[in-house]
Design a protein around this ligand. Structure first.
Ligand SMILES: [Zn+2]
Length: 430
């Protein structure tokens, strides 16, 4: 019986790999050695498709090939992760490890859960690593977006595993403790703790986690600093933290972001942006981040998470509780820690299913921040110029198919942003 389940578990993996091979073969033929061309001169009265009015054909081909590859890798990583969970749930590895642990730690079920959680983490990490490497390292180097060393990339992956692993394993220990002690209302207690963890993480992330991956320094340029601080004041924000992230150590990409909560709030500009963008473009990007700040996007996002967490915990508690009693899965019930892969599979599938919703909310907030940027700078042309230049630098897919946009895009597409700025300009002119 177990064997049949293992075969079922392998199916998504095989489908993923076949799809991958097919897409990769198609892609090979189209990449060649495309130059880093890019923007086109847009003429008025032009009837070509929007993408071709703003970008040259070579760039569009190259960015589509790159991004299609990334999408396939992301889907594969998910399929492999789910297949690994299914195999750990149905295969002999976890029961064998558990038997050994029981001999050694008979008294503490919490310790056993902790170690089993790390076995599941290590196995899934190893299973997904080849695809993560192909996507995050090989693909990035091949398209000349990254110049991070292999050691640096592996170090980042290990740090990510350590941080997420610590959080996941401890929450999993809590879950199984609650299963034993509060079989009915445990999900509510779990939700309470998860909310505290999410709020604390939002506050502490810029102080504790970000510096593990990148170096930061204060914005030095006094003139730019003064200019940006004044713009913030005009938006009613007293801004004391504008930081520069030394992204150029790893990548050629340009970006900026807004992060933190309360005293850890900050706007972060990537050094590549300051290096390459015009002062007007930097103002434009900064104004967008101010838009996130002034419209309370972090707090609103947090409030949505706080509302969603009890729902998710209740669903996991109920679904895992029912499935863990299905005989064929070979578990002794919801308290059985051999059900960790089942629990994490349910979590991963739920989050994947929720992605289109959270992405749509994120895109709405990004549109709002774009609106603030246009109002603050009054400069639609720089907005459009920056969208075009940064798409070329970052190899952005300017007009992805709707299904990929729904699943993966947290920002409006480049063409949507350009269209928005054009409309803003004509509204203002008319
Ligand atoms: Zn944004």
């Amino acid at each position: 019986m177990r064997l049949r389940f293992a075969l079922v578990a392998l199916t998504p993996l095989l489908v993923g790999l076949v799809a991958h091979a097919a897409m990769a073969a198609g892609r090979e033929a189209r990449i060649e050695n495309a130059p880093r061309g890019g923007q086109k001169t847009a003429r008025s009265g032009d009837t070509r498709p929007a993408a071709e009015r703003y970008f040259d054909a070579e760039f569009l081909r190259r960015s589509e090939a790159y991004n299609r590859g990334k999408v396939v890798y992301a889907l594969n990583a998910r399929a492999i992760r789910w297949a690994a969970y299914a195999m750990l749930l149905l295969g002999p590895l976890l029961p064998a490890v558990s038997k050994r642990l029981t001999r050694r730690f008979t008294r503490s079920s919490a310790t056993r859960v902790f170690f089993l959680a790390w076995v599941v983490l290590a196995v899934t990490f190893a299973a997904v690593l080849p695809v993560a490497f192909a996507s995050g390292y090989l693909q990035e180097h091949r398209y000349e977006l990254s110049h991070q060393s292999l050691g640096g990339w592996l170090g980042d992956a290990a740090k990510g595993l350590g941080i997420w692993g610590a959080a996941f394993s401890l929450l999993t220990v809590l879950y199984f403790q609650l299963r034993q002690r509060m079989p009915r209302a445990g999900w509510a207690a779990l939700a309470g703790v998860a909310i505290v963890v999410v709020v604390a993480a939002t506050f502490a992330y810029p102080l504790v986690v970000d510096p593990l991956f990148n170096r930061y320094r204060p914005l030095r340029d006094p003139e730019l600093r003064k200019d940006l601080t004044e713009m913030a004041r005009a938006e009613g924000i007293l801004l004391d933290r504008i930081l520069v992230m030394e992204a150029s150590a790893k990548t050629v990409r340009e970006n900026a972001y807004f992060t933190g909560l309360g005293r850890t709030k900050r706007v972060v500009l990537w050094d590549n942006l300051l290096e390459n963008a015009s002062p007007a473009e930097v103002r434009q990007v900064f104004a967008h981040e101010l838009g996130h700040w002034s419209r309370g996007h972090i707090v609103r996002g947090l409030a949505l998470s706080i509302a969603a967490i009890p729902l998710l915990c209740w669903f996991l508690w109920t679904a895992h509780g029912r499935l863990a009693r299905v005989r064929r899965l070979g578990l002794e019930g919801p308290e059985d820690p051999l059900g960790i892969p089942l629990l994490w599979l349910l979590l991963s599938v739920s989050l994947f299913a929720a992605d289109p919703v959270s992405n749509a909310i994120s895109r709405a907030m990004e549109r709002e921040a774009d609106g603030v940027a246009l109002e603050l700078t009054g400069d639609a042309q720089t907005f459009i110029d920056y969208e075009r230049r940064s798409s070329v630098v970052n190899l952005g897919w300017v007009d992805p198919p709707a299904v990929w946009k729904g699943l993966f895009w947290t920002h409006p597409t480049t063409l949507e942003r350009i269209r928005m700025a054009e409309e803003w300009r004509s509204r203002r002119a008319g």
